[in-house]
Design a protein around this ligand. Structure first.
Ligand SMILES: [Fe+2]
Length: 174
């Protein structure tokens, strides 16, 4: 391990921020009858779940997971599960963001509200559980197995991904 902060600690810190945003999203889902309250939260949540959040995923998928692949097979191990949950969350997020925009523009029907509630509840539930598994299982495995060279590689790539994101090229995948 390096003398500095571990990459898993950096990701754990980001998870704390994600969990706060999930609380805010849950609040929006529970207050859909108060349009002004939803509008007030909208900008912050949209900016987070359309940009920063994908930078976090990119850091896991493009740096940490490939290093974990070197000692646990992706298909049969936890990395495969994490990736399928990332896909689930990506698709669900796209539906929620679109529905919240429709709702705020006034074009939202009862169906739009139902989409926000159903997809939103699924998103919050899956992501909280996902973060719990990463923090307490996957990252602990990484802490045990990654050697210093791997840790240094991950940290270097984190910097590159953050640099790209700051240039407005948030590395969101389809
Ligand atoms: Fe994560």
């Amino acid at each position: 391990m390096t003398d500095g902060e571990k990459p898993t600690d950096m990701l754990r810190d980001e998870h704390k921020n994600v969990l706060q945003k999930l609380d805010a999203l849950e609040d929006v889902i529970n207050r859909l009858h108060e349009k002004e309250a939803v509008a007030a939260q909208r900008k912050d949540l949209a900016s987070f779940f359309n940009t920063d959040f994908w930078t976090h995923f990119a850091k896991e998928e493009e740096t940490l997971f490939p290093e974990l692949d070197k000692f646990i097979p992706r298909e049969s191990g936890p990395v495969g599960v994490m990736l399928s949950e990332h896909d689930d969350v990506r698709k669900t997020n796209a539906e929620i963001q679109r529905a919240i925009d429709e709702y705020l523009e006034g074009s939202g029907s009862l169906q739009t509200v139902t989409v926000i509630q159903n997809y939103g509840t699924h998103f919050v539930t899956v992501l909280r559980d996902h973060i719990n598994k990463e923090d307490n299982i996957l990252f602990m495995m990484a802490d045990m197995h990654l050697d210093k060279t791997q840790v240094d590689t991950v940290i270097k790539l984190f910097d590159e991904i953050e640099g790209s994101a700051e240039k407005g090229r948030a590395p969101q995948k389809g």
